[in-house]
Design a protein around this ligand. Sequence first.
Ligand code: AP5
Length: 215
Amino acid sequence: MNLIILGPPGAGKGTQAKKIAKKYNIQHVSTGDIFRETSKSGSDLGKKLQSYMSSGALVPDDLVVEIVKERIVRPDCQKGFLLDGFPRTLVQAENLDKVLLKENRKIDKALSLDLSEEEVVSRLSSRRVCKSCGANYNLITQPPKNGEICDNCSGELVQRADDNPETIKQRLKVYRDQTEPLIEYYSKTKILVKIDGAKSINEVFKNICAVIEEK
Ligand code: AP5
């Protein structure tokens, strides 16, 4: 089973993707996570990626497409994959279709999480991530047990560099202009399913599972 999860920044893509990948034993591929990991290396490529991300701009299509093409043909993706944060433009979606066609594979469902812009701003402003293990928290909806310390590894919880008001505004604009057209793209092929992302994490997950398991 190959899936895509779409939605505005902060809609809960990463949160749900981890749960889906675990339950259905498919590989979670997050372009945002790949870029953040690469940027930690401090290499020239890492610095370039960091500058796109911290301004809220998209990383150029040719670079993203190459990375994803190489990632989804690896053995761990043969059992199925869930793409989180990709595709984000029509060019990326068309390239993905081409790569999958060559491999005789296809996307089974594109899950689109809906969330109001007001809720996006609130969720992203209160998101915290563990500097050591990457665990995701939310000071309002999913708070850590002990102040700003990770429940799993006692690591320090920090704000993502792109979760500041200015960058959030820019990320929302980029989403509206460049990613929202994908909803229409996947509606045409009848694989799009809209999910209300404003419900609780468990309710959203339950609704996603129902969609995945429907015959
Ligand atoms: P990326 O990391 O993909 O960021 P994003 O799309 O902006 O999404 P987020 O990770 O911010 O949010 P999310 O939807 O995963 O929500 P989360 O589950 O964390 O990309 C970052 C950057 O990389 C981009 O801006 C771009 O520069 C670059 N990039 C990445 N992919 C690219 C591509 N394909 N092309 C070009 N550039 C690319 O949840 C958010 C918060 O809400 C958390 O605190 C969580 O605990 C909480 N929460 C989650 N669900 C719920 C719920 N149901 N109820 C209450 N709280 C919830």
